[in-house]
Design a protein around this ligand. Structure first.
Ligand code: GTR
Length: 328
């Protein structure tokens, strides 16, 4: 799609949001939110929970209108819309924030986290707070982080056991320099594509595979085309829930407090959904003919080390890395 057409669509999406908001405002003040995932996906369900809880606890004054399934386009567009106040809340993957917000890069880097428990401790603690504070520099409020599981490689051609097996595989990555660098360093041929275009790119053999978590692999139905899943766990990059600073500043202080409180309570709610759906998605795709294999993880860690070295030259990332590793 041309740049102009994309800009036009973003502008059209923005005015739709504003129109939806002003209609609904006669009843309750509706915050608008966006997510690329489909209903049933834990991030979407967490946003819905925020909406119903807000309505209940504000006695019908404050609610949330959710545009799910990428109705408002790409995550990078959602970030811009939130910055300029055309959208109130954007649920996006941290990789979409890596370029404009360098502090977030630490969360995408390979093998920074040992496991989900370590990631949750870091996001709930000082490193998470420091990264959230960085959003203020560009008109955003970091409301919360959500889980996104362990990203692994899957493809249409063969099982991947060592980095050498990635040679010659064209893999889709989210549009982020870190993911490009990481997959290239591991030996694959990375291709940045928007999330919503991955399934058709697999089908038309534009790419051989991609990397993501179990739930995305399942809910996008990419498992129908890519039959080899290899448990690389190369990144635990989480999700971020961001709010437009403009919109936040325009809210009454009591509404701000309520929103903050409800969002904070949505985190454990989302984590519970996450753990359950991770198992369900894995079982589902394995029951539908996907071949699973463990990988030589030390070999992957070793192959990814140069990426860490490159990014850890930055003093900010070095400090954040230390504070995250201290919580391992
Ligand atoms: C998913 C994430 C999405 C999207 C996607 C991607 O895990 O939840 O927000 O960013 O990955 O790879 O683009």
């Amino acid at each position: 799609m041309s740049w102009n057409r994309r800009r036009w669509l973003v502008a059209a999406g923005a005015s739709l949001c504003v129109a939806a908001r002003s209609q609904a405002e006669t009843a309750a003040t509706m915050l608008t939110a966006t997510d690329v995932h489909v209903p049933g996906y834990p991030t979407v369900e967490a946003l819905r929970w925020i909406g119903t809880t807000l309505l209940k606890e504000s006695d019908g004054r404050l609610g949330l209108h959710l545009y799910h399934s990428g109705q408002l386009g790409r995550e990078s567009d959602a970030i811009d819309m939130a910055r300029f106040g055309a959208l109130d809340i954007a649920r996006v993957h941290i990789s979409a924030l890596n370029n404009p917000f360098p502090a977030t890069q630490i969360l995408s880097l390979p093998y920074v986290f040992e496991d989900t428990a370590h990631m949750r401790r870091a996001l709930d603690g000082a490193p998470g707070q420091r990264i959230r504070d960085a959003f203020a520099a560009r008109g955003l409020i970091g409301l919360a982080f959500y889980d996104s599981g362990a990203r692994c490689v899957y493809n249409t051609r063969h099982a991947v056991h060592t980095p050498a097996d990635l040679h010659g595989l064209k893999l889709r990555v989210p549009p982020s320099d870190i993911f490009m660098d990481l997959l290239r360093t591991l030996g694959a041929n990375p291709t940045p594509l928007p999330y919503g275009e991955t399934y058709s790119a697999l089908q038309t053999h534009l790419i051989d595979g991609a990397e993501n978590n179990w739930q995305s692999f399942h809910t996008t139905r990419q498992f129908e085309v890519a039959h080899y899943w290899s448990q690389t766990e190369h990144s635990f990059a989480p999700e971020a829930l961001l709010m437009s600073q403009r919109r936040y500043d325009a809210m009454a202080p009591a509404d701000r407090d309520l929103l903050r409180d409800v969002v904070a309570r949505s985190v454990p709610y989302m984590r519970e959904l996450w753990d359950r759906s991770e198992n369900a998605s894995r079982d589902f795709v394995l029951g539908h003919g996907v071949n699973f294999n463990e990988v030589d993880r030390p070999a992957f860690r070793h192959a990814a080390a140069p990426v860490m070295e490159r990014f850890l030259r930055d003093p900010l990332l070095q400090q954040l890395h230390k504070s995250i590793r201290d919580l391992a």
